[in-house]
Design a protein. Structure first.
Length: 356
């Protein structure tokens, strides 16, 4: 792949890149830079964590990156996920890896690493302490957004340790690129600010888009908005999960926010742009003959134009989105139904209480 095509692919992933000049320099000087993403095993995967993450990771791999996936089980423990039960958190992590395999992530090209393995390494903790020595408690509290929490929600001492560890992870993993969501921006900026002072480097930050939940978008400032978007996708009524049945998907999408002719912050259009047109070459909208008959749409721009003009009814769009989302989730659902061990794993984690 030529240089500009690699840049273009990473730009498709990054809603914000800090900075593109640094990214260009990195790709010119290092054939296979290391990119990383981390995930806190904290419950059932929603489609942004499952399908969208697979799409983004595969693009980074295609662009020539070596990808490390950080299974942040200790972070879930620090953040009191699954009732603070580390063994349950580990099982959830194993489930999530299997979901990615089923939904098309090229896991054979990815190095999966667990925080629980790193914490026995004294060098890891030296990095964490050096990060903590280079910043303030208030800065750590402000970074609480990465845990899906407002500053006032950061109460436990363990939650102050969390950002210091996440910042240290970048250098422990030797990551040239941090490829996480916009909600993780504050720690990535901290790493850029202190990396060179600590004898490391300034990582390039490629922050992906935060996919909406199914409800009406929050009307808050930018910081609270990111938190609201993050949490809306974990609300069982306003999110689609990777083990939802076809009927559950249809019911949830039927109730989704989708105002006629409005393209801004419309979940159905978001899912079409970031999921459907990434996985399918066309999108078919089924309509009765008296309303013009079926439509085959070639790209997202065409869909947006037709919807803005009122040529596609919200319910017709919802029906199409439900169909394609179900097609994307079907391989995951079937894998966990057919494989006895995976079926048992899914049944086990379904019995866990999800805590935040």
């Amino acid at each position: 792949m030529d240089f500009e095509s690699r840049i273009a692919l990473i730009n498709q992933v990054g809603e914000e890149i800090i900075t593109e000049d640094e990214l260009r320099h990195l790709l010119k000087t290092k054939e296979h830079p290391i990119a990383y993403d981390g995930f806190e095993p904290s419950g059932n995967l929603h489609i942004a964590q499952g399908i969208m993450r697979a799409i983004n990771v595969n693009k980074m791999l295609k662009a020539g990156c070596r990808f490390k996936m950080w299974v942040a089980d200790w972070f879930g423990w620090l953040n009191n996920k699954m009732g603070g039960d580390l063994e349950k958190i580990k099982l959830v992590g194993k489930h999530q890896v299997e979901v990615w395999k089923a939904c098309g992530m090229e896991t054979e090209k990815i190095e999966f690493l667990w925080t629980s393995d790193a914490v026995s390494d004294a060098e890891y903790w030296k990095k964490v302490v050096n990060v903590a020595r280079s910043t303030t408690i208030q800065r750590m509290i402000r970074c609480g957004q990465i845990m899906g929490r407002k500053e006032a929600d950061v109460q436990q001492a363990s939650q102050i340790l969390y950002p210091a560890m996440q910042c240290a992870d970048i250098f422990h993993l030797k990551a040239d690129i941090t490829q996480l969501g916009m909600d993780q921006r504050k720690v990535n900026i901290l790493a850029r600010e202190i990396g060179e002072k600590l004898g490391y480097w300034k990582p390039v930050v490629v922050s992906h888009h935060m996919l909406m939940g199914l409800g009406e978008p929050p009307k808050t400032n930018d910081e609270n908005r990111i938190l609201e978007l993050k949490m809306s996708k974990t609300n069982p009524e306003k999110a689609i999960f990777m083990n939802d049945s076809e009927e559950e998907i249809k019911k949830k999408i039927a109730k989704a926010y989708c105002p006629a002719k409005i393209i801004e912050e419309n979940p159905m259009l978001e899912y079409s742009k970031y999921l459907i047109f990434e996985k399918f070459s066309t999108m078919e909208i089924k309509r009765v003959e008296k309303f013009g008959g079926d439509l085959v749409i070639e790209n997202y721009a065409e869909l947006e134009k037709l919807y803005r003009e009122g040529k596609i009814h919200p319910m017709d769009l919802k029906n199409a989105v439900a169909h394609y989302i179900n097609e994307m989730i079907k391989p995951v659902r079937e894998k966990f139904q057919k494989d006895t061990k995976l079926k048992k794993l899914l049944e086990t984690i379904k019995g866990f209480e999800v805590t935040r």
